[in-house]
Design a protein around this ligand. Structure first.
Ligand code: SF4
Length: 365
């Protein structure tokens, strides 16, 4: 199928896309965001930044990226990092499979590539955690290879420029947009071009709202702007609703320490530490019984706020209790405020219950 058919777009507009490349490059040279990984774009730094940035806003991770690079400055230090250190560095950023894949890939790089990333798109693509987008970003930005890096930002910008109402969740549509991006790649600076599209999508052609078309370098050529429908694009099929799971979070305190359990391998949060969080919405008596079943002798059980957390496919609705008792023998670890802050990585899903924990722990001593 022709690209224009897959995108329900005007064929002349699709053919005209390469003429926009110089405008985008000129705009990028004047408006590129000052991001820490752009100052010294080694393959390792670009790779780590692209993985950290998946599903996350730049502003939320700028400092975390600097911390991560400070602790693990190269492929071999990443490959050798103990799991607890790795997960602590990633704490709060979610999607922990990303950091596990980073380490798996680093180990492969040490074993097969002398600890360096290969300057080869296909070889990058085979590494754990590097999909088409990330492999394209690393290949083009770090190695200057002519590869597109098309993600949701780029689909949005291109669907607006072409006024395409094709559903960007469809594989054939994404493929057609990637081909559009390939047709626009300049031979001499594909990395700059990819970053120009990323920056335009992040700062001007904004998602879920009216874009800033008056500041856009391709405003005159943009068909959605001309037709006044930019904010309604791209078209995206509604996602399946998340499965709802009820959980009871038990913050069990004993003499200035909190009971944490390492989450078993295989689940969403494997390897991280969390307060016990049995399934179901327990009332106060049931929460007391649950702690007594673990071996705890409860002095006090206080209800905490309710909270929810969204994972990709599941929504947790949580009710919490603060339980005071003497420390008791139980699977897991008892962590004081210092260990909680500096050693154990606790998923952000529990933040509503753990935010005040360091203060409670210090007050208990
Ligand atoms: Fe996006 Fe507006 Fe630029 Fe079109 S003119 S690409 S809608 S910012």
């Amino acid at each position: 199928m022709r690209i224009s058919e897959a995108l329900s777009a005007d064929p002349r507009a699709v053919e005209g896309l390469p003429r926009l490349t110089p405008l985008l490059l000129r705009w990028y040279r004047d408006n590129a965001r000052d991001l820490p990984w752009r100052r010294d774009p080694t393959p390792y730094r670009v790779w780590v930044s692209e993985i950290i940035l998946q599903q996350t806003r730049v502003e939320a991770v700028r400092e975390r990226y600097i911390q991560f690079l400070g602790a693990l400055p190269d492929v071999s230090s990443l490959a050798e990092a103990p799991q607890d250190v790795l997960l602590k560095l990633w704490e709060g950023m979610g999607y922990y499979s990303r950091v596990r894949n980073l380490q798996k890939a680093a180990r492969i790089l040490c074993r097969d590539y002398g600890g360096e990333l290969p300057a080869d798109y296909e070889a990058l693509r085979k590494l754990p955690g590097l999909g088409e987008y990330t492999a394209g970003a690393v290949a083009s930005i770090a190695f200057g290879l002519p590869c597109p890096a098309a993600d949701g930002n780029v689909y949005r910008v291109l669907s607006r420029i072409l006024c395409s109402r094709a559903d960007i969740t469809q594989t054939a549509v994404k493929k057609a947009f990637r081909e559009c991006a390939v047709s626009m790649l300049p031979g001499d600076c594909p990395g700059d071009f990819n970053q120009a599209l990323m920056d335009l999508g992040a700062t001007v052609c904004l998602p879920n709202r009216e874009p800033l078309c008056g500041e856009c370098p391709v405003g005159e050529q943009c068909l959605a702007r001309r037709e006044g429908c930019a904010a309604a694009l791209p078209v995206k099929a509604a996602k399946k609703p998340r499965r709802v799971e009820e959980r009871t979070v038990l913050i069990i305190l004993g003499r200035g320490e909190v009971l944490l359990r390492q989450i078993e391998e295989g689940g969403l949060l494997a390897g991280l530490y969390a307060p016990p969080h049995p399934l179901g919405c327990l009332d106060r008596d049931e929460a007391r019984c649950a702690v007594e079943d673990m071996g705890g002798d409860c002095r006090e059980v206080l209800p905490l706020r309710e909270a929810k957390h969204l994972f990709t496919h599941v929504e947790w609705r949580m009710r919490g209790y603060l339980v005071r008792c003497e420390p008791f023998e139980a699977p897991g670890v008892w962590a004081d405020a210092e260990a909680l802050t500096g050693r154990y990585a606790v998923p952000s899903a529990f933040r509503a219950f753990t935010r005040e924990l360091p203060g409670w722990l210090t007050g208990e001593k």
